[in-house]
Write a protein that binds this ligand. Structure first.
Ligand code: FE2
Ligand code: FE2
Length: 173
């Protein structure tokens, strides 16, 4: 895979780690009947800022735009479905956040699990279908431009992303 696609796949690994943490916590809270509000708040912050604002913005505002140009030929174009799943993910996170706010365990569990299952499946499809298609379809020039844009975003987010590295390293301890 080319460098910009590799970067996106590395971000998927981080998002999957956070999802594992979220699903583990949901299982524990289901047993105890208590909501670990601080953990979910940190998880929601990670999802909204790292997974959505940072990672999904790179997909939606750069990669998908590139793939929808007339010059790019793919035998199928899953970007519409991927956008739909990003939106669905946002709805699950909203449900989780509402559950935390209202101290409603059923909503917390539904939101956390809904998000976790959706995004695991979504990431699988991107890693195994969309990204390989993109890697084949995009020209070297387009990939170089994409990489430059990704590196610029990474610089803008480097401060914020340090916080999220800490969140990830604190999981499963
Ligand atoms: Fe995506
Ligand atoms: Fe993705």
């Amino acid at each position: 895979m080319s460098k910009p696609i590799d970067l996106l796949m590395d971000e998927h690994k981080n998002i999957l780690l956070a999802i594992d943490g979220l699903l583990d916590q949901a299982a524990k809270d289901e047993k105890t009947g208590r909501i670990s509000a601080d953990f979910y708040r940190a998880g929601i912050d990670f999802i909204r800022n790292y997974a959505d604002r940072f990672h999904h913005a790179k997909e939606e505002d750069i990669l998908f735009i590139e793939l929808n140009k007339d010059s790019v030929k793919m035998h199928c174009n899953p970007t519409k479905q991927m956008l739909y799943e990003h939106d669905l993910g946002r709805q699950h996170v909203k449900e989780l956040a509402t559950g935390v706010k209202e101290n409603d365990l059923a909503k917390v569990l539904a939101g956390a699990r809904g998000y976790g299952e959706l995004l695991k499946d979504h990431i699988y499809k991107e890693d195994n279908i969309l990204y390989p298609l993109a890697d084949e379809a995009l020209s070297d020039g387009a990939k170089d431009e994409m990489l430059a844009k990704f590196e610029k975003i990474a610089r803008e987010y480097s401060g914020a992303n340090k916080k999220y590295e800490l969140f990830l390293s604190g999981l499963n301890k």
